[in-house]
Structures are given as structure tokens and as C-alpha cells.
Design a protein around this ligand. Structure first.
Ligand code: ZN
Length: 231
């Protein structure tokens, strides 16, 4: 009995060690956060299918008015294991609004996401990445952490799937990539991105606060303090 027990423990030990090695090697190429803005929209459904097939978990920066319009899609985003975040209610440039309207854009989205999905949102991306001290003050008052991006995939300009992939390939470990639910080329790009991640042992990660300064693409001297971590 003692021998069998010891054998079993050794076997368990080997399994535990090898799975530990596998786990650390799995993201040896780093972690990158893919973020999808402006949904949910009818196109979100096909994206969710592809993400599920490719085993990618991402963050959706939703508009409150679209959550109101497509509550089932908002619920599916959460049920599929993705993160949901605040991208305002109507997509205005928040830097042009008085404080009370910025507060309302953020609060209404927080409320509808909570009502529809049961999730309390903690990250927000101001539309167009446009921000200033007043916007940041309102974000922090609402308990939201500002997220811009380290790489803009340029999917919104109509570039092809290969160009979108190139943006993701340029992304440094910990980086945050901007994409959009409504980009038709993104459906074609996602399998290429998933293959690039598999080939290079990169993991699609979640957003997490960091003390490290994350520069916004080529938009010097803009920066933010959120990076990608493993789920
Ligand atoms: Zn947007």
C-alpha cells in the first residue's frame, strides 16, 4: 500500500510539474489584449462565433445605447467569457462636453450594462481616444480606469485582414490593440491573429491596471495605465 501510494504521489508530482511547465510556456511570447469598440451590433454575433472557435477571450467596449438595443448580444459577450467595458452612451467626443454630460454618458452606460448583464464595469475608453483632465476626473469619480490603446489596428479605415494582422504583430507584450465590432475585415483577420498567437505562444489577455506608463501608439505624449495580463 505504501509503495502504491508513493508511486501515485510521484505520478501526481510529475503531472503537476509538467503541467506547470506547459502553463508557463503557453504565454512565453507575452500577453496581448484585443479590444473591440462600438458594439454590440448585429456583426458582433459572427465575431463571437469566431472568437469561440479560435479560443480567444477579448474585451468589448460597448456603447450604452447599443446595449439597450441589443441586450441579448451584451449578455452573450459576458456568457462567452469576454470582458465588457464602457465606451460612453452615445459616442460623443467627451472633451467637448460639460462635466455633467460626461458624467451622464458614463453613468447611463454603467447602469444599462449592470441591468442587462449583471456586470459592474471598471474600464472605460473615451470615444476617439479623446481625453483631458476633466474627462479623467469624471472617469475616476465614476470608479472607471481609462484605457486608450498601444496599437490602433486601423480596421476602421477599411484596410484588409493582412494589415490588421500586421498591427497585432507589432504589438509589444502587455499591449492593447484597438479594433471595432463593425469592421467586416475583422472576421477575416481573427483566424490569422489566432494562428499568429499560437505560432508565437502569445496569449489573448484581459485588461488590468499597471503602474507602467503605456504610450498611446504614435500619439506622443499621450499615455494610459492599463495593460494586458493573463485571464
Ligand atoms: Zn468608438
Amino acid at each position: 500500500m505504501l509503495k502504491r501510494c508513493a508511486t501515485w504521489l510521484v505520478a501526481l508530482c510529475i503531472v503537476a510539474q509538467s503541467s506547470g511547465v506547459r502553463a508557463s510556456e503557453a504565454c512565453a511570447g507575452g500577453v496581448v489584449a484585443l479590444t473591440f469598440d462600438d458594439g454590440p451590433a448585429p456583426a458582433t454575433s459572427a465575431l463571437l462565433d469566431i472568437l469561440a472557435r479560435e479560443g480567444l477571450r477579448v474585451t468589448f467596449f460597448v456603447l450604452g445605447k447599443h446595449v439597450e438595443q441589443y441586450p441579448d448580444l451584451a449578455r452573450r459577450i459576458v456568457a462567452d467569457g469576454h470582458a465588457i467595458a464602457n465606451h460612453s452612451y452615445t459616442h460623443p467626443d467627451l472633451t467637448t462636453l460639460p462635466g455633467s454630460e460626461i458624467e451622464s454618458e458614463l453613468r447611463r452606460t454603467q447602469q444599462v450594462v449592470l441591468k442587462v448583464t449583471g456586470k459592474k464595469v471598471v474600464f472605460a475608453r473615451p470615444p476617439y481616444g479623446e481625453s483631458n483632465d476633466q474627462v479623467r476626473h469624471q472617469l475616476s469619480t465614476a470608479g472607471l480606469k481609462e484605457v486608450i490603446w498601444t496599437v490602433d489596428s486601423l480596421d476602421w479605415t477599411g484596410v484588409g485582414a493582412k494589415e490588421i494582422l500586421r498591427g497585432v504583430e507589432m504589438t509589444q507584450p502587455g499591449g492593447v490593440v484597438l479594433m471595432h465590432d463593425t469592421s467586416p475585415q475583422l472576421r477575416e483577420a481573427l483566424p490569422l491573429i489566432a494562428k499568429h498567437f499560437r505560432d508565437n505562444r502569445i496569449c489573448a489577455g484581459k485588461l488590468a491596471p499597471t503602474t507602467k506608463r503605456m504610450p498611446v501608439g504614435n500619439w506622443y505624449p499621450r499615455a494610459f495605465y492599463v495593460h494586458a495580463e493573463r485571464w
